[in-house]
Ligand binder design. Structure first.
Ligand code: HEC
Length: 307
């Protein structure tokens, strides 16, 4: 079937096969790579956000709390709570388009504020952070009722005595805080204990759409380059191979029907040009042979032999 096709069609078909195979393989490889890159980029961004949140928490403990210590005696000031400042700052960040998809949670096994209660999945994360050989950070995808999420989690460890003012026992905590939060949760935390996990998440869609966008651009460029290659090969083939061969075929046809003036015209110095030379030599030999034959015939006519 392939041998019935014209040269141009054969080349186009071959290039298309290479192109489709190439695009399929590189598409798969590229998609994996881009997903990986998108994940790495989001992880980096999330880790930076976490560092920022931790710095804000530290700032609250070191600078804000001592400053407001007197007023904290009589009334509860959320501004002195590190977790509060972190959440406030994060909410401000979320207002910018770059961070609007990000969620922030301080998921704790026994939290002060019930909204920070670790769910089943986060509890597992905390448990793995509590193991002696635990990793510094975990990231992966998780399914939630709201859709698939990409999360980055780090342990929350009680590293400072200052935290225990409010998180050791209810009688040590400020009364104003107990009035507001009760004495149920967020207590009996120990120094160096891992009480929860700090989680930043983004919809998985964000990861994929970032990767897909890059993939699409690359594939469009790739397809464009290949389409151009197929077009150029076809044009080139027509100009330097198909057309000269067709012309040669027409001349050969004329020569074969006795047209002595028909000549193979040479257009190029490549293999096709060499072929034209050979054909011209063949045509000359043929003409000479014909002339010789003609002379011989005439001689025989004018001088008939003995019969
Ligand atoms: C002034 C008292 C106070 C101090 C000091 C304090 N916290 Fe808290 N912490 C709170 C309160 C109140 C909340 C609940 C805030 C809210 O409503 O989200 C909280 C919330 C948290 C949460 C979120 C989970 C939860 O329990 O709701 C974490 C984690 C946390 N604190 C860790 C710490 C660490 C670590 C330190 C020391 C660096 C610290 N806290 C110091 C009062 C305090």
């Amino acid at each position: 079937m392939l041998s019935n096709l014209k040269l141009g069609q054969k080349f186009t078909l071959m290039l298309l096969a290479v192109f489709l195979g190439g695009i399929l393989m590189s598409g798969i490889a590229l998609s994996k790579l881009l997903n990986h890159t998108a994940q790495a980029e989001l992880t980096n961004k999330a880790l930076m956000l976490m560092e920022t949140m931790n710095s804000v928490r530290q700032y609250t403990v070191d600078e804000v709390r001592p400053e407001l210590a007197d007023r904290s005696e009589t009334e509860f000031l959320p501004e002195t709570v590190p977790s509060y400042s972190a959440h406030q700052v994060f909410a401000t960040l979320q207002a910018s388009p770059e961070y609007q998809d990000f969620f922030y949670k301080e998921a704790v096994l026994d939290p002060t504020n019930p909204k920070d209660q670790a769910d089943e999945f986060e509890t597992k994360l905390v448990n793995s952070f509590q193991r002696p050989d635990s990793p510094e950070e975990l990231h992966n995808f998780r399914n939630t009722p709201g859709g698939k999420l990409f999360y980055i989690a780090r342990p929350i460890q009680i590293k400072q005595e200052a935290c225990l003012t409010c998180h050791s026992t209810p009688d040590k905590a400020p009364k104003s805080m107990i009035d507001l939060y009760g004495s149920e949760g967020g207590f009996n935390w120990k120094l160096n204990e891992i009480v929860g996990t700090q989680v930043i998440s983004v919809p998985a869609q964000t990861v994929f759409s970032q990767a897909n966008q890059s993939l699409l651009i690359t594939l469009v460029v790739f397809t464009g380059v290949f389409a151009l290659a197929i077009l150029l090969v076809n044009l080139w083939l027509k100009r330097y191979v198909v057309r000269p061969i067709n012309r040669m075929a027409a001349t050969a046809e004329a020569v074969s029907t006795g047209d002595t003036k028909a000549e193979f015209v040479k257009w190029s110095d490549d293999e096709v040009g060499n072929l034209t030379d050979s054909f011209n030599r063949m045509r000359l030999s043929l003409q000479m042979a014909m002339q010789r034959l003609e002379r011989h015939r005439r001689k025989r006519k004018g001088n008939p032999g003995p019969g």
